[in-house]
Design a protein around this ligand. Structure first.
Ligand code: UT7
Length: 350
């Protein structure tokens, strides 16, 4: 059975840089607070009416296709991970297929909704398809257009200062060499579904009387369509219980990385490069310390881009690789935690 290797990586971030100081024009926050609590200095925002999640994904995809030395017609399956799609449905997978102009071959396109863990889940799905011999060139994309749906008032500041826009992509191929994805570990705990969520618009219709929906609980606004009240009262924005997410994340990141290492008979010290989902620099630093890794063994770029959810790992992987920080034979570890809660890790022999 073949293994699955990453044959090409690409990323795209919008030109528009939005600094912490820029945010202070809209909400009561400060550069000092954001840097200290998150490590973020600036993020990129896509241009409304000119860009979409799909068009950003397409930029990253073209770069990954070129790096892999294939043509777009060689792609035989698409997997698209995002929580900020162009449409409620259909998903970005088919939109990307159209955007890239590969509709003639009528290949399959799958959408993954696992938020911050989307890319790690997507890698694992692609790995199974490649190992089974079903596909030879899978295009896996993570892309987010967060800035279109954030609350830029002071009420929304805890969430809004963190997130940024961008896209990353990889081409996955079979390999007979001793390289590629060694293992993936995937987990979830739906008990925490509403702790980091955008529940409207949806079919819940206030169904869960026992669930505290936060600031919009009493209003029971659910329904498949947006109401004026929902729009006017900020019910269309994401909610995050930051401290709960943080506390769970630091534990689960370490746990799921150790689980993957153990299943391959490897040690923490065997990791050459850890690329954690860029959620918060403090989370990454905690994980680094827990695993006893040096600064050279961990790659972070949240300072420049903020948290780009499904795009954060492929953007970081692309930058780390382009900077020569990942070499042939290296043990690369990817790990993510986020909304769901969902989390996972992947070990790759480069
Ligand atoms: O990628 C998906 C997974 N997401 C994450 O991993 C996020 C995990 N959580 C976090 O990163 C952190 O919880 C945050 C960065 C979101 C928040 O940091 P925190 O240290 O947990 O702050 P907090 O929510 O406990 O708020 C502390 C104080 C509060 O003021 P009081 O009540 O102490 O007076 C907040 O109102 O900071 C205030 N605050 C802010 N102040 C300035 C919250 N957000 C801001 C802000 N600017 N943007």
């Amino acid at each position: 059975m073949p293994s699955t290797k990453i044959a090409g990586i690409g990323h795209y971030v919008p030109e528009n840089v939005f600094t912490n100081d820029d945010l202070t024009k809209y909400m009561d926050t400060s550069d000092e607070w954001i840097r200290e609590r998150t490590g973020i200095e600036e993020r990129r925002y896509a241009t409304k009416y000119k860009e979409t999640t799909t068009t950003m994904g397409a930029h990253a995809a073209r770069a990954a296709i070129e790096k892999a030395g294939i043509s777009k017609e060689d792609v035989d399956f698409i997997i698209f991970c995002t929580l900020s799609p162009d449409y409620y449905f259909p998903g970005c997978g088919v939109l990307l297929q159209r955007e890239l102009g590969i509709t003639k071959t009528e290949i399959g396109a799958l959408d993954i909704r696992n938020q911050c863990s989307g890319f790690v889940y997507g890698l694992s799905v692609a790995d199974q398809f490649i190992r089974s011999g079903m596909y030879k060139n899978i295009l896996l994309v993570g892309a987010e257009f967060h800035s279109m749906g954030l609350d830029f008032s002071t009420e929304g500041r805890t969430v809004s200062v963190i997130f940024g826009d961008g896209a990353g992509a990889v081409i996955l191929q079979p390999t007979e060499e001793s390289e590629g994805i060694l293992t993936s570990k995937l987990h979830s705990d739906g008990t925490y579904a509403e702790e980091l969520a955008l529940i409207n618009f949806g079919s819940h219709s206030g169904y869960h009387d026992d669930i505290d929906y936060g600031f919009h609980n009493e209003d029971k606004p659910g329904g498949l369509f947006a109401t004026e009240k929902m729009v006017n009262e900020g019910m269309m924005y994401p909610y995050m219980n930051g401290q709960k997410v943080f506390k769970k994340a630091v534990v689960k990141f370490v746990e799921v990385i150790n689980e993957a290492l153990k299943s391959e008979g490897l040690e923490q010290s065997d990791i050459d490069m850890l690329i954690p989902h860029q959620a918060n620099l403090r989370i990454a630093q905690f994980v680094q310390k827990s695993l006893g890794l040096s600064d050279d063994q961990v790659f972070n770029n949240i300072q420049k881009y903020g948290n780009t959810t499904a795009a954060s790992i492929p953007i970081a992987l692309s930058e780390a690789h382009a900077a020569g920080k990942i070499k042939k034979g290296d043990l690369v570890c990817l790990a993510a935690f986020g909304s769901g809660f969902t989390w996972g890790s992947t070990l790759i022999r480069w």
